[in-house]
Design a protein around this ligand. Structure first.
Ligand code: BG6
Ligand code: MG
Length: 220
């Protein structure tokens, strides 16, 4: 019997580099409110839900808005974001994502997406990966945002693999915390300085070789 594990991929910053589009869209919103928004601010919004991101931006600048304006700003941000990703295609898959996916599927492993984004499905469709996953759990399915483990636990359930046999690929600190809270192996994609709580960290998928994947698959 082959060992079966569940491999759960975060989307933004792991499968596709959407941070630059989120940055542009949030910067427009911040500027419309007379506030600055730079790349350091954007870093703090990685893995953070849309609602929480707007709350943070408003808090940083001590800006108060009505409930109606809050909703209008959220809608505007998403409209701008969707306009920026209209032409997104398979060329925007991050390097070696498809190699790692093919290797795992070729070794009978289950693969899922676990993302905070409400745009996960349309994005996966644009980059031609939607039909490659056994399950997709995203911001439209969950009530509790990362670092709560809900998104990853739902993904594990959908692929029928126990949480203690799941492995998460994540680029955000909140996502690593969510994976650990779910009792899963957490593999950080990015900088080891930031993703301190991860079990392993790689700069990107080009650094993850087949020997490492085999080792993870065969870990009890
Ligand atoms: C996360 C991103 O994956 O999804 C965040 O890292 C983003 O930057 C969040 O705010 C929500 O995404 P969306 O597409 O629902 O606005
Ligand atoms: Mg991410």
């Amino acid at each position: 019997m082959p060992h079966i594990k569940g491999f759960i991929f975060d989307l933004d910053g792991v499968i596709v580099d959407t941070a630059k589009y989120h940055f542009e869209a949030w910067q427009r919103i911040a500027r419309s409110l007379g506030a600055d928004f730079d790349h350091k601010d954007n870093e703090q919004l990685k893995g953070v839900s849309r609602v929480r991101s707007l709350e943070l931006i408003l808090n940083w600048h001590n800006i108060q808005v009505s409930k109606e304006d809050f909703i209008r700003l959220l809608d505007q941000k998403n409209k701008d974001y969707l306009a920026l990703i209209t032409d997104m295609d398979a060329s925007e898959q991050l390097p070696d994502v498809s190699r790692v996916l093919a290797f795992l599927k070729g070794h009978h492993q289950k693969v899922a997406v676990g993302s905070a984004s409400k745009n996960a499905r349309p994005i996966l469709e644009k980059i031609q990966l939607l039909n490659q996953f056994d399950a997709v759990v995203d911001g439209t399915n969950v009530t509790k945002a990362k670092p709560d483990p809900e998104v990853f636990l739902q993904a594990a359930e959908q692929i029928g693999v126990g949480a203690d046999h799941c492995v998460v690929f994540e680029d955000a600190q909140a996502g690593i915390q969510a994976a650990k809270a779910a009792g899963m192996i957490a593999i950080g994609i990015g900088s080891a300085d930031v993703l301190k709580e991860a079990d392993h960290v790689f700069a990107n998928f080009t650094e993850i070789d087949n020997a490492f994947l085999n080792q993870i698959i065969n870990t009890k």
